[in-house]
Design a protein around this ligand. Sequence first.
Ligand code: AAO
Length: 512
Amino acid sequence: MKLLLLFVCIGLSSAQFNPNTRAGRTTIVHLFEWRWDDIAAECERFLGPNGFGGVQVSPVNDHIVLNDPWRPWWQRYQPISYKLCSRSGNEQQFRDMVTRCNNVGVYIYVDAIINHMCGQGGGTGTHSSCGSYFNAGARDFPSVPYSNWDFNDGKCRTGSGEIENYNDAYQVRDCRLVGLLDLALEKDYVRGKIADFLNNLINIGVAGFRLDAAKHMWPGDIKAITDRLNNLNTRWFPGGTRPFIFQEVIDLGGEGISFNEYTGIGRVTEFKYGARLGNIIRKWNGEKLSYVRNWGEGWGFMSSNRALVFVDNHDNQRGHGAGGASILTFWDARLYKMGVGFMLAHPYGFARIMSSFRWNRNFVNGKDVNDWIGPPSNGDGSTKSVPINADSTCGDNWVCEHRWRQIKNMAIFRNVVDGQAFTNWWDNGSNQIAFGRGNRGFIVFNNDDWYMDVTLNTGLPAGTYCDVISGQKEGSRCTGRQITVASNGNARFQISNQDEDSFAAIHVDARL
Ligand code: AAO
């Protein structure tokens, strides 16, 4: 009996690491600031047909509205209540999105802001996305309800009440992060309110959560909350399925809090991944692509089955959070495609693709003073919908990296090679590398400043393959370059450092 209980416990807790994506779907995409109606349409017209596993959506609940109509994107990280109306739409639109996406096998992951409410300077009134009354100074949020008993003000020991030193784990957990009113998560009442909020979303049909600012919550408090969560809705998921949990913990090393404290609860964001990859692809600090031969745990990253990986996120693509200037983003499109291509080809971690909006950057002394600018908006501050151009790109300053041919095709590559080992490594000792994934796919990068002409063992069956970077397979032809694999698995790759994209990828589903 004891043994049985042990198995049940392990089964329950380990399930929170499983992304719950449909079999053969291996990535999720963060549709940052998209409206629910647009996401529903995107699931049906693009994400489902192209094998995407899910969408991380921006925070779904009632949030403060600031500076109307020039609303910053980050206002959604300041909750006012757990009602479901936000800049992206109302509850009906949210439910409709979840249903429509789930019906085409693309699941929804909610960015859950449970560490805090709005900033202490948020004022009083009804300037929230649901029009709820609140008084930040009095710590009064009647729509939850939370009152001044439910916050950490008395517990924090710093003079300012703010986090002053990231090496002190108590400050990081018990004091305010950038002025945000810090919830007392050890209280049963507060845990209950948060669990009710998340269970409401689970019952609607979501598949999991990004836990925002997890580093600022004690692991025991998070666990007490996730233990209260329901299994997923059986309309779409097998009975007994646990919600996928991935926690935002920034650990680049050298601070008082380690990712290790959280990997028992769910997956954790591996911030080292994008920071290091940026240095390698930019060739900064003497880094070379050939060094990635032992990429992953060999680089001091957490274990692959605990990691959530990404090249950039909504914070570090604009100088917030951590990672610094090395982070690759759509602003450096050529390098960015290489970075995302590498991530999607490599087996390490569960991958998230970023999908952004463009804003007017304005650097003053090295800092973008426009880092607050919100999504493409109408004159009244409401978010614009995402128009799709004839060539399948997006208009109105929505970047839609996930629709770029190279990125979409690499998301498919990752599905095709799912479960295959990392094989057939080759490098030139510099910035030209290649590797395969068993006998299903092979990728080659030339990030040197000279031409590449090599014959490599791909491990693939003989045939003519379409490179899915310079083009793709359409009907019985390739729109880009063709690669011929001989019966011994060898193929010749000629990649110029001047090419639009100086990498090539082939897989068995793109064979003529
Ligand atoms: C806004 C205003 C504030 C105002 C506040 C309240 O900007 O001026 O005081 O409202 O009125 C987002 C925005 C914030 C915004 C907030 C609320 O980014 O600007 O504040 O909404 O509207 C830390 C946290 C991490 C957090 C990150 C931004 O640990 O959890 O800061 N990310 C999440 C979300 C984010 C959101 C929130 C949390 C809040 O993704 O969008 O904020 O809900 C070190 C620490 C990191 C720390 C960074 C930045 O990092 O390790 O944990 O992240 O500092 O403070 C090197 C180091 C690296 C270091 C980094 C930066 O890279 O290696 O460790 O330098 O120093």
